[in-house]
Design a protein around this ligand. Structure first.
Ligand code: FMN
Length: 211
């Protein structure tokens, strides 16, 4: 009886859950169009990536994880640069297609009628049609197993002017961005709170008599 008590989990309630084998169920994720090439003899190419994220604030850094079998992998290894183009729902079909077809066989910019526009700091082109373009320089490569994670510094950012309001603020909702979860694409829906709202004191409404 004594022993059982010592091993029992304190403060944890028993609930009914199904046990799944370990896997990549973390959701939702961004889904992005990574452009690379445009230098050292490589034509510009695109690869759809869901294994991506912010990994450091100062300096701003991101990561993308790429299988070595991808054509883009060879380009990334030699050029050490890429652009994360954040697509809007308007580029949904393009985003999926670029993740189904290899740049070894097709020119994805031409086939999808996308505009390769100049980046500010890297040789890889940005995708003009995507509302947000994040220019990156690779700092580290980590071979993790099936994927190699490229950790890269963000060296420039371009944002479509249609997302910026009169006061110069970024209105992210205007980008009509999307999410990827368990093999499916989703729209983002409406904003339901902002950073720190849970501890912010609500401003008292002036009593109607005081107006
Ligand atoms: C939604 C989606 C997400 C993907 N995420 C990744 C990823 O994170 N890493 C990766 O190596 N491949 C990923 N792929 C697969 C590549 O985009 C795909 O193999 C592509 O055709 C490679 O192009 P490339 O050979 O021109 O480089 C994803 C595909 C889709 C459709």
């Amino acid at each position: 009886m004594e022993t059982k008590k010592r091993h029992s989990r304190v403060g944890i309630k028993k609930v009914v859950k199904q046990s799944w084998k370990p896997g990549n169920v973390l959701s939702p994720l961004p889904v992005v169009l990574v452009s690379c090439g445009g230098t050292r003899g490589w034509k510009p190419n695109l690869i759809t990536i869901a294994w991506t994220g912010n990994v450091c604030s100062e300096p701003p850094m991101v990561s993308i994880s790429v299988r070595p079998q991808r054509y883009s992998f060879e380009i990334l290894q030699t050029t050490r640069e890429f652009v994360i183009n954040v697509p809007s729902v308007r580029q949904l079909k393009t985003t999926d297609w670029c993740g189904m077809v290899s740049g070894r066989k097709k020119n994805k910019f031409e086939e999808m009628k996308l505009t390769p526009a100049p980046a500010l700091k890297v040789s890889a082109p940005i995708v003009q049609e995507c509302p947000i373009n994040i220019e990156c320089r690779i700092q580290q490569s980590l071979n993790l197993g099936s994927h190699t994670m490229f950790v890269a510094e963000v060296v420039a950012v371009q944002v479509s002017t249609s997302l910026i309001d009169k006061k110069g603020r970024l209105r992210i909702e205007k980008g009509e961005l999307m999410a990827y979860a368990h093999g499916q694409y989703f729209t983002l829906g409406r904003c339901i709170g902002d950073f720190g709202f849970s501890i912010r004191k609500r401003r008292k409404k002036p009593a109607s008599g005081n107006r």
